[in-house]
Design a protein around this ligand. Structure first.
Ligand code: ZN
Length: 72
């Protein structure tokens, strides 16, 4: 069990919500909020200021080889 699950800020302009959720719950939290509160519209989302950083983290976390050559 890892206890250092990173959290990311999530904002919803419509609701004025500004909260943090763990990375592993991010997708479910966003989906559930948008579905319950906004009829499935993607209103709540990761705070833009860290979206880029998060993209890197997620890319690493998912082991996405977006831009790397690997001899396999
Ligand atoms: Zn909302």
């Amino acid at each position: 069990m890892s206890d250092d699950d990173p959290t990311v800020p999530v904002v919803c302009e419509d609701c004025g919500t500004d909260t943090r959720v763990s990375l592993s719950d991010l997708r479910e939290t966003l989906d559930r909020h948008n579905e319950n509160q906004h009829d499935g519209d993607d209103v709540a989302q990761v705070a833009p200021r860290i979206a880029n950083e998060l993209a890197n983290v997620v890319a690493e976390d998912l082991d996405l080889d977006l831009d790397s050559d690997e001899d396999g």
